[in-house]
Design a protein around this ligand. Structure first.
Ligand code: ATP
Ligand code: MG
Length: 464
C-alpha cells in the first residue's frame, strides 16, 4: 500500500525541511566563522602584541619601557599580560604553563593554546613567548584573552540570525499557504474537470492560470475534452439518425400491414400496399447492410482481398450493370477509359464505390442528359471522373458530403430512397485503397466526382 501524502503536505514538508536545514547550517556557519576567522585574528593580535613587547625587552631589558608596555596592554586592551621570571625562586604565574609548554619554550618556540584559566577557571586563549639568554630560559612573557570576551561580538550576530530564522518561519506561515495554493489550485481544478468529464459533460473548461507545464497540461486536457465532446456529439447524432432512419420504414410497414387486415380491401389497393411494404423492407435491409459495412470499415475489420485489377474492366462491369437503369431513365452513360491502368484493390469494393457514385449521378440527373465516366493517367495514379448533368450541389455542402447520413436535401432524397450513407462508405473504401475523393459542382449544371487511386507500376502488374 502506497503511503498517501497529499501534494500540499509534501510541499509543506519540503519547505519546513529546507528552512530548518538552512537555519542549522547558518548556526553551524557562525561557529565555523568564529573559530576560523575571529579566533585566528585574536591569536594574531596576541602574537603581534607579544612580539612588540619582546622587541622592547630585547633592546632595553626589564626596563621601565617594558613594564610601561605591559601596563598599557593590561589596562587599555582586553588582553592580559604578565612576565614569569625564571631567575626567581618559585616564580609567580608558573601555573599557566605545563611541562610540555616549558619544554617548548626552552627550545625557543612560542606557545599558543586555548585552555582554562588556572585560577579563575574561565576559557582563555594564551600565548607564551620565551626569553632566552645564554641558551637558558630566563623568562616567559604570557599574554592571554578571556574567550568569553572574544565571543562577545558574536552574540548580537547570533541573535540576529535567530531573529531572521523567526522571520522566515513567520513568512512561511503567512505566505506558504498562498504559494502552495497557487501551485495546487490548478491541479484541483483538473481533478474536478476529469470528474465532470467522467460523468459525460464535456462542456467544462479548466481555467488556464499560467503558461508553465501545469498550464500546458490544462490546455491539453481542455483540447481532449473538446475532441471527446465532438466524438460524443457525433455518437449522439449518429444514434439519432439511425433511429430516425429505422423508424420511418418501420412505421410504414406497420401502418400498411394493419390496413391490409381490412377484409373489404380490393385487390388493386392490396397490391399497392404490398408494394409499399416491399419497398420499405428493401430500404430497411439496405440501411442495415450499409450500417454494418460502415461499422466494419470504421473498425478497419472490413474484409478486403486486394489483387491487381485492370481498372477499366472494373468500371465497365459496373456500367454494364447500370446501363438498363440509365436507359429506363433516359440517361446515357458515355465512357472513356485508359485500358492500360492496373490498380491493386478489392474488385467488389471498387465496384461498390463506382456503383455508389453512378447511382448518385443517375438519381440526380434528369432524363435526356448525360453521365460521363472517364479515367486518365496522372503520373503514378489514375484520375477517375464521374460527371453528371444533374441539378448540382450547393458549394457549402461539398465538404460534408462524405459524413454519415449527410444529405443535401433531406426531404427530397428520402423520397428517392437515399439514406446518406453511400458516400461515407465510398470514402472509407477509397481511403483503404490509399486514394482520394473530391467533389466539384455547379448548381443547375452538374456535379463531377474525382477519384484518384495509386497505379501499379507495369513490371508489378503480373500481366506484362
Ligand atoms: P445512399 O447512397 O446511402 O442510398 P444518398 O445517395 O442520399 O443515399 P450519398 O450517396 O452519401 O447518400 O450522398 C449524399 C448526398 O449528396 C445525397 O443525399 C445528395 O443530396 C448529394 N449528392 C450526392 N451525389 C450527388 C450528385 N451527383 N448530384 C447531386 N447531389 C448529389
Ligand atoms: Mg448515394
Amino acid at each position: 500500500m502506497i503511503k498517501r501524502y497529499t501534494i500540499r503536505r509534501r510541499i509543506w514538508i519540503t519547505i519546513w525541511f529546507t528552512s530548518v536545514f538552512s537555519a542549522v547550517l547558518f548556526v553551524l556557519l557562525t561557529f565555523y566563522l568564529y573559530d576560523r576567522f575571529y579566533l585566528q585574528t585574536q591569536e594574531d593580535l596576541l602574537l603581534n602584541r607579544g612580539e612588540k613587547l619582546i622587541n622592547i625587552y630585547e633592546s632595553e631589558g626589564l626596563s621601565g619601557a617594558f613594564y610601561d608596555g605591559m601596563t598599557y596592554t593590561n589596562e587599555l586592551t582586553e588582553s592580559k599580560v604578565f612576565f614569569i621570571d625564571f631567575l626567581k625562586k618559585n616564580p609567580a604565574g608558573l601555573r599557566f604553563l605545563t611541562n610540555a609548554d616549558i619544554e617548548q619554550l626552552r627550545n625557543g618556540e612560542t606557545v599558543v593554546s586555548s585552555r582554562t584559566h588556572p585560577i579563575e577557571g574561565t576559557d582563555i586563549l594564551m600565548t607564551g613567548f620565551p626569553i632566552i639568554e645564554n641558551n637558558r630560559l630566563v623568562g616567559t612573557l604570557i599574554l592571554y584573552l578571556e574567550l568569553g570576551q572574544i565571543s562577545e561580538p558574536f552574540r548580537p550576530l547570533r541573535l540576529m540570525i535567530f531573529f531572521m530564522i523567526g522571520l522566515i518561519v513567520l513568512n512561511l506561515v503567512i505566505f506558504g499557504r498562498q504559494i502552495i495554493d497557487t501551485i495546487i489550485r490548478p491541479l484541483i481544478d483538473m481533478k474536478r474537470a476529469s470528474t465532470v468529464y467522467a460523468q459525460g459533460d464535456f462542456a467544462y473548461r479548466i481555467p488556464i492560470q499560467s503558461d508553465d507545464e501545469i498550464g500546458e497540461l490544462a490546455e491539453t486536457l481542455n483540447k481532449m475534452a473538446e475532441s471527446l465532446g465532438e466524438v460524443d456529439e457525433q455518437r449522439k447524432e449518429f444514434l439519432a439518425n439511425v433511429s430516425h432512419e429505422l423508424r420511418t420504414p418501420l412505421s410504414y410497414i406497420r401502418g400498411y400491414t394493419e390496413m391490409m387486415q381490412d377484409k373489404a380491401l380490393d385487390e388493386k389497393t392490396r397490391d399497392q400496399y404490398y408494394q409499399i411494404i416491399e419497398r420499405e423492407t428493401e430500404r430497411l435491409q439496405r440501411l442495415v447492410n450499409d450500417l454494418l459495412d460502415l461499422a466494419q470499415l470504421e473498425r478497419d475489420s472490413y474484409p478486403m482481398t486486394k489483387q491487381p485489377l485492370v481498372f477499366s474492366q472494373v468500371l465497365e462491369d459496373v456500367v454494364y450493370r447500370m446501363e438498363p437503369i440509365a436507359k429506363a431513365k433516359g440517361v446515357s452513360i458515355i465512357t472513356d477509359f485508359d485500358p492500360s491502368q492496373i490498380v491493386l484493390g478489392d474488385n467488389d469494393r471498387l465496384e461498390q464505390v463506382i456503383g455508389n457514385l453512378l447511382d448518385n449521378a443517375l438519381r440526380y440527373t434528369p432524363a435526356s442528359k448525360h453521365i460521363y465516366l472517364s479515367t486518365k493517367t496522372d503520373g503514378e495514379q489514375t484520375i477517375c471522373s464521374i460527371r453528371d448533368e444533374g441539378e448540382g450541389i450547393p458549394p457549402e455542402h461539398l465538404e460534408r458530403l462524405t459524413k454519415r447520413f449527410y444529405r443535401v436535401d433531406k426531404s427530397r432524397t428520402r423520397k428517392d430512397g437515399g439514406t446518406g450513407l453511400g458516400l461515407a462508405i465510398t470514402k472509407h473504401i477509397i481511403d483503404r485503397h490509399d486514394g482520394t475523393i473530391s467533389f466539384e459542382s455547379v448548381l443547375g449544371q452538374g456535379t463531377t466526382v474525382l477519384i484518384t487511386l495509386p497505379l501499379l507500376p507495369d513490371e508489378d502488374d503480373g500481366f506484362s
